[in-house]
Design a protein around this ligand. Structure first.
Ligand SMILES: Cc1cc2nc3c(=O)[nH]c(=O)nc-3n(C[C@H](O)[C@H](O)[C@H](O)COP(=O)(O)OP(=O)(O)OC[C@H]3O[C@@H](n4cnc5c(N)ncnc54)[C@H](O)[C@@H]3O)c2cc1C
Length: 545
């Protein structure tokens, strides 16, 4: 039996590319199959790249190029609540331009404990950056026009039938693992016989990308990245794509609206409150859902990103959740192929990610419940009653809704609880919400970030696999190192002097996973070393604590 490549990733969208680059960075030869023609831009959907995703991009070596793309460097990333695009401003969430991103005290998402704060960039600009960076990985290739039609899973491999959309030729490819990152209509999910289940149809929007060369010059309000429009007649948003002439316009409509019957150009003109000319580049409708796959995989086939879950774009987090899936799955597949990952490791992908996805999708859904509220009828009146309504309603939106645009909890707060491959110590992880995060070394949490010697990110010092961060050199960690050698687990020991670190860690030893979550912590490794690494690498069936 000839295996063509160890891993095939289906889909060259943001999740598939992250997964493929993460695997290739670990030395795993990976082939991406994408049905689109070479480098064809996606639909203009996602605009917000979370800090956590930017941290993953940094680890993979391309955060800088993403940050340099998108809006012009001096274009504010603010979010404005307004009655219309050219109406009254109700409130403003201040988010810095890329140029000011690292000097961002006083902004809504400023001074976060990360080397990579969030970034606003549309998917049409993000994906080309990913494809370009992918070329720097020797072990990564992308086959375009490659439409995966079916798959069959065997004890030691998976077979895929692929049709070349340019030539019509069909071929069969074999891989040890197939990872479906092929979006909401995933073929891989269908072939697994898995359904998406949950809340279907929470909201609807008619969305278009427009070109309006005169719009920016005639706008009344100060520049922002997004204008969240609320008035008594309609709601929606307007998002700047290039800071010049390309915009996304969303007109929110009631569920089950016949979108074909809507005159979008007229609705957009009323939302914008302008008669400047614009051209509609593309137009479609989307339905906000909250759906999760019944299963995230089998033995050799797994799904990630929109293939495994889909929810409404509140808090701009759906792609970011998929990137977190990729960061969770990549090292596990690589560990199994490298021989040190045990039988339990791959199953932990679902047991770790599902509860988190339930939590974060619920938070996103609650955002919609909070902002789908009646708007005062007088809000656009040019008189004292209108001014009072605008002041009151703007304050309400800033207090209740703005956390979706500075969601520190979604970024850093989620933790893996009850995982079979994490060694817990009985202390509960701190609770988190959309806008609230408490750094913690409790196993399962993201390793709290620190700058070392002033400017070096702790994350840049971590090894490629497990890293034992030791804050006291006198502690003997040799037993753990010997155990790592015996089990083949790549382990780096990183010594840090607490005096040179700008974060307080409440424990002397923290064992950090390849995806930067804490796997174990303690004051000594004595006694536990063998059993500990076996648990962490999923080598034995163990009860979750
Ligand atoms: C209006 C809107 C706004 C959004 N805003 C945000 C936001 O701000 N932040 C955020 O995090 N998320 C946002 N999202 C969600 C985000 O767009 C998706 O979560 C993201 O695109 C998912 O990435 P993916 O790689 O999983 O799937 P996709 O981007 O759908 O990529 C799947 C890829 O697989 C390919 N493919 C499909 N089937 C096959 C096949 N059989 N063979 C080969 N290739 C195949 C497709 O061509 C595609 O390239 C938004 C979504 C919408 C609708």
């Amino acid at each position: 039996m000839t295996i063509d490549v160890p891993v095939i990733v289906v889909g060259a969208g943001p999740v598939g590319m992250t997964l493929a680059m993460d695997l290739a960075s670990r030395g795993i030869e990976t082939l991406v199959l994408e049905r689109r023609p070479p480098r064809q831009a996606p639909d203009a959907r996602c605009n917000h790249v979370s800090a956590r995703s930017m941290e993953v991009f940094r680890r993979l070596g391309f955060a800088d190029r993403v940050r340099a793309a998108g809006l012009p460097p001096d274009h504010a990333h603010d979010v404005v609540y307004a009655t219309r695009f050219n109406g009254y401003e109700l409130g403003r969430v201040r988010i810095p331009a890329a140029r000011d991103r690292f000097d961002d005290a006083g902004y809504a998402d400023g001074s976060w404990p990360t080397p990579e704060p969030p970034h606003r960039i549309n998917q049409i600009y993000l994906e080309p950056q990913m494809w370009a960076h992918a070329e720097s990985f020797e072990r990564l290739s992308i086959r375009w026009n490659a439409d995966v039609q079916s798959l069959s899973e065997h004890p030691d491999h998976v077979e895929l039938t692929v049709v070349d959309r340019a030539t019509g030729a069909a071929s069969v490819l074999r891989a040890r693992f197939v990872l479906g990152c092929d979006g909401t209509r995933s073929t891989v999910r269908r072939e697994l016989g898995v359904r998406l289940v949950g809340d279907d149809g929470i909201m609807m929007s008619v969305m278009a990308t427009i070109t309006a060369p005169e719009l920016a010059a005639t706008q009344r309000l100060d520049r922002a990245w997004m204008y969240w429009i609320l008035n008594a007649e309609m709601s929606g948003n307007v998002i700047s794509l290039d800071g010049k002439e390309r915009w996304i316009v969303n007109v929110f409509v009631p569920k089950d609206t016949d979108v074909e019957a809507i005159d979008f150009a007229d609705a957009a003109r009323r939302l914008l409150a302008t008669d400047v000319p614009f051209t509609i580049e593309d137009q479609n409708a989307w339905t906000g859902r909250r759906l999760l796959a019944e299963r995230f995989g089998s033995q050799r086939v797994f799904i990630a990103g929109d293939a495994a879950h889909s929810w409404l774009p509140m808090a701009g987090y759906a792609m970011n959740a998929g990137i977190a899936d990729a960061a969770n799955l990549a090292w596990k597949v690589a560990a199994v192929l490298d021989g040190w990952g045990g039988e339990e490791l791959l199953a932990s992908y679902e047991s770790e990610r599902r509860p988190v996805l339930e939590q974060v999708s619920t938070l996103a859904m609650n955002v919609r419940k909070g902002n789908a509220v009646p708007v005062p009828l007088e809000i656009e009146e040019p008189n004292a009653a209108g001014a009072a309504a605008r002041e009151r309603f703007g304050r309400y939106m800033l207090e209740t809704d703005s956390a979706q645009f500075a969601c520190i909890g979604l970024n850093f707060g989620y933790y893996y609880d009850g995982s079979p491959i994490i060694a817990y110590d009985g202390v509960a992880a701190p609770a988190y919400s959309l806008g609230h995060y408490t750094p913690s070394t409790v196993p399962g949490c993201r390793m709290p970030h620190a700058f070392v010697n002033g400017t070096t990110s702790l994350y840049d010092l971590l090894g490629p696999a497990y890293t034992l961060v030791r804050f006291d050199r006198t502690i003997d960690v040799a037993p753990l190192q010997r155990s790592a050698e015996r089990t083949g687990v790549p382990l780096t020991v990183l010594d840090l002097d607490p005096a040179n670190v700008d974060t307080h860690y409440d424990v002397a030893l923290v064992l950090v996973r390849p995806d930067h979550h804490v796997a174990w912590r303690g004051q000594t490794v004595a006694g536990a070393a063998e059993a500990l690494l076996d648990r962490l690498r999923g080598a034995r069936a163990v009860q979750a604590a």
